[in-house]
Design a protein around this ligand. Structure first.
Ligand code: PLP
Length: 457
């Protein structure tokens, strides 16, 4: 009988195989875009792989390298300009492997104080950039969606308590017509309706919010407002100062969704746009977007974390030990979102920040902003067939090719990927299909942009 622990023993050959692969992947320059997948081909490659006896790791790794990895479009390619890319620093990637190797979790202070102290150092840094008070705190969750959900549950329960109402009571959250889809999902999940406030040039203003509340027939049911610090499509930062003022007037919870754009807090050229964020009751920013951390990582920060703790702490007898010696300095990240078990997913960012310093981050973020600005200028100067739809505010550019229909955009996008020139998917703008660049990777160059624009003339 082979020993039951044979999977847990050090296997030098397998370690070399995987480390060699990782070393090679880290050295790709540039990272190839790769391709969409073909279900039949992938199915054939995987057929029969999971068996009673297992396989040689060299064969499995080869299958991954040759078949699977090529059917994943590389979010860290400088030519990946769709949705929101992910361009982790090498330091963050490497430390992500350390987090895995050490089976690091970040559930409770009792189990993981060292990891939590480092994560909290990063949350503190972000909170300081936002101008939140010294008492602010939270935890890292898997993404903006998880952050928005966890924060708005707290907003809901705080309001229920304040209003003295129970589960059946009608409650609403003010959002804009540009608010991210994850907020709509959240409100559906938590049984709260939305009050959609129309935007002015795609931006939610305090004035519009005030007018919407004044015109509302049931204003007492409005309990919170979501401001967006960087819409995903066009990178527009709402009038956070104006929204904060209205929130204060009406006792609303003020949540700021900065999943994509929150990183702009580190960019001096746009910092002014975020004025008012210091009044947020809760704030989300995704380091796996524009703070160059690997998937999956979102920072969730509350102005008064005690409120979140009262809502999210799980009550189970086997967990009592986590909460019996709860001194000020003990922090259980699990108490600040809907999760329990969690990976210490803030550590890759912590390591990279500690190694590189915040100036390097500011520079890299400014590069994305400059790419957007320069691309808009280039389109105006040299591409008469193209048209910038809206002046970029952060790092995305929405633009149109005059005369193109939706079909033209989709065919062009497919061609571009097939040629490995770029991954640029069309988006919607006021009912029209248009093109969009989402810049983020500091290795993207204006030559690459020009190459892509040249395919549209
Ligand atoms: C990306 C994004 C989200 C969702 O974040 P995930 O990390 O994908 O869950 C929410 N809001 C905004 C504004 C975003 O850009």
């Amino acid at each position: 009988m082979p020993h039951a622990d044979r999977m847990h023993r050090y296997d030098a050959r397998m370690v070399d195989l995987v480390f060699d692969y990782m070393r090679e992947r880290l050295q790709y320059d540039p990272v190839p875009l790769d391709h969409p997948g073909d279900g039949e081909k992938l199915g054939a490659a995987l057929d029969g792989l999971l068996s009673d006896r297992g396989n040689d790791p060299a064969d499995v790794l080869k299958l991954y390298d040759h078949e699977l990895s090529r059917a994943v479009i590389s979010a860290d390619s400088p030519r990946y300009l769709s949705f929101i890319p992910c361009a982790p620093t090498k330091a963050a990637l490497l430390f992500d492997m350390v987090v895995s190797c050490a089976s690091l979790q970040g559930i409770s202070w009792l189990e993981a104080a060292g990891a939590i102290a480092a994560e909290n150092q990063v949350l503190r840094l972000i909170a300081d950039r936002a101008g939140l008070p010294a008492t602010a705190g939270g935890c890292f969750v898997s993404g903006g969606s998880a952050g928005n959900l966890s924060a708005l549950v707290v907003a809901r329960d705080v309001a229920r308590q304040r209003l003295g109402v129970g589960i059946g009571a009608r409650l609403r959250v003010a959002v804009s017509d540009q608010t991210h889809s994850s907020v709509t999902n959240t409100l559906n999940i938590i049984g709260v309706e939305k009050l959609v406030v129309p935007t002015v040039n795609h931006r939610l203003t305090g004035e519009a919010l005030r007018a919407a509340i004044a015109a509302d027939e049931d204003p007492g049911t409005i309990i919170a407002v979501v401001g967006t610090a960087g819409t995903t499509n066009a990178g527009i930062v709402d009038d956070l100062a104006g929204i904060a003022e209205v929130a204060r007037e009406h006792g609303l919870w003020f949540h700021v969704d900065g999943a994509y754009g929150g990183a702009g807090l580190f960019a001096p050229s746009v910092r002014e746009k975020y004025r008012g964020i210091e009044h947020a009751d809760s704030f989300v920013v995704d380091p796996h977007k524009w703070l160059f951390a690997p998937f999956d990582c979102a920072a969730l920060i509350y102005r008064d974390p005690r409120l979140a703790k009262a809502v999210h702490t799980q009550d189970a007898s086997y967990l009592d030990v986590l909460h019996t010696a709860d001194h000020d300095q003990e922090w259980n990240p699990t108490d600040y979102a809907y999760h329990l078990t969690r990976r210490a997913r803030g550590l890759p960012l912590w390591f990279s920040l500690a190694v590189h310093g915040t100036d390097a981050y500011s520079e890299a973020i400014e590069t994305g902003i400059a790419l957007a600005r320069d691309t808009a200028a280039l389109i105006r100067a040299e591409y008469p067939d193209l048209e910038v739809v809206r002046e970029p505010e952060l790092s995305s550019v929405v633009y149109r090719r005059k005369g193109w229909t939706a079909k033209d955009y989709y065919a062009w996008s497919e061609r571009l990927l097939a040629d490995q020139t770029g991954f640029v998917t069309p988006t919607g703008w006021e009912g029209e299909v248009v093109a969009r660049f989402a810049f983020l990777h500091p290795g993207t160059t204006m030559e690459m942009v020009r190459e892509i624009l040249d395919t549209m003339v």
